[in-house]
Design a binder for this molecule. Structure first.
Ligand code: KE4
Length: 435
């Protein structure tokens, strides 16, 4: 396969494929994040992948730092995952009846995530958060939901909400098709804003069903919570009888085997999972204490269902992935490679005099084109996204595939090597010099 060198990009087959796709699917994609809207240009169409490398339909290859937006922590086509899928597919693909693989995946999730005593498997992170919110409202008998600007939890109507005129007012729809009625049960606050959280509980306390948050944000780029913010989330929800929903769709099994809640030492009431738990196939999950989870049908009265939930192929890939993460934990390697990469990117920007800050938790990191530290959406929204777009394409033309938005995380996988990281840093030094 030809490796890309600067200025020699041939992506004609991707161009043709995208033109065809745009005639068939809205925006030519099945998820807007892939459309390169934030960086311009044409998305490359992937032909296949192996380890830490993506190969596009024009025969170009790229070091992969998108990792399917998180799932591919072991890299592409890990032998154990491929073998598990081959064995599963030899027995069938979907039955609509229980299987022991669902027991194994549920056991692995419960074993790994301290706050989960029972879990329900679904097909996506969106389904997980949507179901967890419904369950929290049923369990508490309350309606109001608190979320944070810059946190993304999937395309749930009640979470497609922007902050109202002032953060203290209830939300307004952030997408056509989301009703005002739905939005009015959602309050949008600023991440890491302890005072704002306290004020919201003072004003709405007994009406709040749940607070949902990303324990380490990936969806405005990587943003860590302050210790005070984490403590306030736990104490205020407990004191008011609201539930704390920790959305670990991205951080679960990514930043630690036990998720970000393990790193932060917090104990949420409900946790949502996705991405890595499916090993690259569609799996979402939500779980928590038995007293809460046993409210879910058919144990309880809260409806939630799904034709392909716990699908045999998806659970096979998920079990194989979690088995490796438990028996051969890659976290020390990921920490070493990711720290090297973060330092190299920081150094490249400093040498070029480019305003930047780098945030990293484990193997998820973001190079922000803004000089101040990023603690919430207000600061994140000040980034130089045009400069990010130039950086993105400069790296693409050197065979480095970054997330196609300033407001996403880069992911390092166990398939990356030190040489891969050093090649990435060398490319960044060149591109920074052109910004
Ligand atoms: P899915 O429905 O896309 O499986 O998961 C939704 C979701 C929920 N919670 C968190 C914290 C998430 O990050 C996500 C999905 N993440 C985005 C990327 N940041 C998925 C990419 C896409 O939408 O194509």
């Amino acid at each position: 396969m030809s490796e890309l060198i600067s200025g020699s990009t041939s992506r004609q087959l991707s161009q043709a494929a995208f033109e065809r796709a745009q005639r068939l699917m809205p925006g030519g994609v099945n998820s807007p994040a892939r459309a390169f809207g934030a960086v311009g240009g044409t998305p490359v169409f992937i032909d296949h992948a192996e380890g830490a490398t993506l190969f596009d339909v024009d025969g170009n290859q790229y070091l992969d730092y998108i990792a399917s937006w998180g799932p591919m922590i072991l890299g592409h086509r890990h032998p154990a995952v491929v073998e598990a899928l081959e064995k599963a597919i030899a027995r069938g693909t979907s039955y609509g009846a229980p299987t022991e693989a669902e027991n194994e995946l549920a056991e692995r999730i419960i074993d790994a995530v301290n706050s989960i005593e029972k879990v329900r498997l679904v097909n996506s992170g969106t389904e997980a958060t949507m179901s967890a919110i419904r369950l929290a409202r049923a369990f508490t008998g309350r309606d109001l939901l608190i979320k944070f600007a810059g946190n993304y939890h999937g395309h749930v109507d009640s979470l497609l909400v922007a902050a109202g005129s002032s953060a203290a007012t209830l939300g307004v729809p952030s997408s056509p098709g989301v009703t005002v009625g739905t939005s009015q049960d959602t309050l949008v606050l600023e991440y890491n804003d302890v005072e704002g959280l306290r004020n919201a509980f003072a004003e709405h306390s007994q009406k709040i069903a749940a607070v949902v948050f990303e324990p380490v944000v990936g969806n405005m780029g990587v943003v860590r919570p302050s210790q005070e913010f984490c403590q306030s989330l736990e104490t205020l929800t407990k004191a008011s009888g609201a539930l704390l929903i920790c959305d670990e769709v991205m951080t679960g099994f990514r930043v630690a085997y036990g998720g970000a809640q393990h790193l932060l030492g917090i104990q949420p009431d409900l946790t949502t999972l996705g991405k890595i738990v499916g090993g690259g196939l569609p799996v979402g999950a939500y779980g928590g204490r038995v007293e809460i989870m046993d409210r879910v049908l058919p144990a309880g009265d809260v409806f939630q269902a799904g034709t392909l939930s716990g699908n045999p192929l998806a659970t096979a890939a998920g079990c194989a992935t979690l088995r490796i993460l438990k028996d051969e934990p890659p976290y020390e390697l990921l920490e070493r490679l990711s720290a090297r990469l973060a330092a190299g990117l920081q150094n490249a920007a400093e040498r070029a005099g480019v305003a930047h800050t780098v945030a990293r938790v484990g193997s998820m990191l973001t190079l922000f084109f803004y000089s101040e530290s990023i603690v919430d959406w207000r600061s994140a929204s000040k980034c130089d996204t045009k400069r990010f777009a130039k950086f993105f394409w400069g790296m693409m033309d050197r065979g480095i595939y970054l997330p196609c938005s300033q407001y996403e995380a880069m992911f390092v996988s166990a398939a990356h090597s030190e040489e891969d990281v050093d090649r990435t840093i060398a490319a960044a030094v060149e591109v920074m010099g052109e910004l």
